[in-house]
Every structure is written in C-alpha cells, then in structure tokens.
Design a protein around this ligand. Structure first.
Ligand code: GDP
Length: 295
C-alpha cells in the first residue's frame, strides 16, 4: 500500500540527508521531488501544489536551514502535513440511533457489498451490536445472493425481498423488521453502476431521504485514479455523505486520488479495506497511515 509513494518520498529526502547544513536550493529541490511523488501517486494537482507550498512555508518558518538535523525536521513537517491532508484525527462512526441505520453508496465493483459484510462483522464482534444487512440492489440477483453468502458466513441475518423492485420500500420494511426483532444496527447495501448516472443518483437519494440514515458512507476503490475524486464529488453533492471507505488498499495502489478525496469533499476517511476476507477492515488513522507512507 502506497509503496511507490513511500519510495519516492524517501528518495526526495535523500537530497537533504547527506548535508550537515542545507540551503534554500536544497529545500526547493526536495519539495520539487515531494510534489512529483505526490503527482505520481495520483494526488490531485492543486492539492499537491498547496501541500508543497505549505511545507515550504513551515520549513522556512521553522528554520530548517539552520537546524542540526534538517532532513529529520523536513520529514516531520511533511508528515504533519500528510496527517492534515488525510483528515487529522480518526473519525468515529455514529451509532446513536436505535437501530443505527448505515447507508452504503458507491459505484458497482467499489467493494460495497464486501464492506457491508465487514462492517456488520465489525459491529457484531467489536461493538457488541446485533446488525441486520439489507440487500437493496434490485437489478442484480447476483448481488443479493452475494450478500446472503456473506451473511451466512458471518452468522448475520440478511433482509431481502424477492420480486420487489422498489429499493425504498425494501429499506423501509427492513428497518421495521429490525425494530420488531431487536436488531440495533441496519446496514443498507445499494445498487451501484459502472459510472455515475442520474437514475442511480435519484434512486439512492430517494432511499437516503426515506430512511434518514445516521451514517451515509461512500465506498471507493483506491485503485481508481482521478475519477475517484469526481465520483466522490457527484455522490457528495447528492447525499452529503458522512465518511469515505477506501477499499483495496492491499493491492498495488497508487492511492493518491483516494487521499485527495478528503480535501476535495471535506469528509473524513473512516475505514479502509485491506483484502477480500471479512476481517480485512481497519479504522483509518491518519497518523498511522502517514507513518506507513514515510516508512
Ligand atoms: P460492489 O459491486 O461495490 O458491491 O463490490 P463487491 O463488494 O462485490 O467487490 C468487488 C470485488 O472487489 C470483489 O471481487 C471483492 O472481493 C473485491 N474486494 C472488495 N474489497 C476488497 C479489498 O479491500 N481488497 C481486495 N483485494 N479486494 C476487495
């Protein structure tokens, strides 16, 4: 995860490491490499530019040039700025409702169904909840089956209605079912398409309006490039979602587009998916991720 970005940032800091004393030229060279590393990792252009400008101001403000360990100080400044870029503090998930209703959104293939299962399992095993999974993809029977397979594997009930083509109704009935049967968390998996389209957006916006979830989560495949940012914007415009889930961070991902999402839509990354198995879910901690990126 972020291996390429890590390598390139490491190389950028090499410029400073050999020197006991450094010059403004060394700082400028380093920052040029940092910017290149961010762009290569698919970080949005404006974000990369703002990032290096801020680092430069801080570096000169903190007297990197006269510091005894200029390389270390630069790394610390870059790290703090990366933490900031990725959201600062870890953001929790709102489980206040009874049941807490969580709506999953995102494109087809982003990992919504897999993540719904992972989250249900997380709530069951780590938060002592009794979750209900709801299959609202009325277009793809395979998607409903997939959720049932996941539910069976986890020992978690899945609500679906064969033949009902109205996802709003299914979601509402599922919540009623949850209330009547003591489920205190409801995770609603919805239909995604391969690209943003009006029909999908209307449908999920209608579900959102009807069930008023405590949490609306946007799931994005971290392997997708700059499109991830545009997709996030489109979903956020309609849903004003609460958090982002980055999936497939275990893959050979450049990841930068995904970390740009935080700045573009100003919503925190809440969880990451790191594999196909149901326990491959982690709370997203910006500081730990920055540590990982900077090695
Ligand atoms: P959906 O269409 O959004 O519901 O996406 P799925 O949950 O069906 O996931 C699409 C594919 O991505 C499946 O083959 C999943 O096994 C895989 N997948 C989902 N999350 C992850 C992850 O974190 N890591 C990896 N490597 N694969 C994942």
């Amino acid at each position: 995860m972020f291996d390429n970005l890590s390598d390139k940032l490491d190389k950028a800091f090499h410029i400073l490491k050999g020197h006991g004393k450094i010059t403004e030229v060394n700082v400028a060279e380093t920052l040029k490499e940092v910017r290149r590393a961010l762009l290569d990792a698919d970080v949005n252009f404006k974000i990369a530019k703002d990032f290096t400008n801020t680092v430069k101001e801080k570096a000169l403000g903190q007297e990197v040039l006269t510091s005894l360990q200029p390389g270390q100080l630069m790394i610390k400044i870059v790290k703090d700025q990366l933490i900031e870029l990725m959201g600062g503090e870890a953001a929790g998930i709102n489980l206040s409702g009874n049941p807490s209703v969580i709506l999953m959104s995102g494109l087809q293939g982003s990992g919504k169904t897999t993540f719904s299962g992972k989250l249900a399992n997380f709530l069951k095993t780590k938060k002592n909840k009794k979750p209900l999974l709801v299959a609202c993809d009325v277009y793809r029977p395979a998607a409903i089956n997939q959720l049932h397979v996941v539910g069976e594997q986890l020992g978690i009930e899945v609500y679906s209605e064969e033949g009902n083509k109205n996802p709003v109704e299914i979601a509402q009935k599922a919540i009623k079912h949850a209330k009547a049967n003591g489920f205190n968390a409801v995770i609603v998996d919805t239909a995604g398409r391969l690209a943003v389209d009006e029909e999908m957006m209307n449908e999920i916006a209608n579900i959102h309006k009807a069930i008023q979830p405590q949490e609306t989560l946007f799931v994005v495949d971290s392997m997708t490039g700059q499109d991830a940012v545009n997709t996030a914007k489109a979903f956020n415009d309609r849903l004003n979602f609460d958090g982002v889930i980055l999936t497939k961070l275990d893959g050979d991902t450049r990841g930068g587009a995904a970390i740009s999402i935080k700045s573009v839509v100003n919503k925190p990354i809440k969880f990451i998916g790191t594999g196909e198995k149901m326990d491959a879910i982690d709370i997203f901690y910006p500081d730990r991720m920055a540590d990982r990126i900077l090695g």
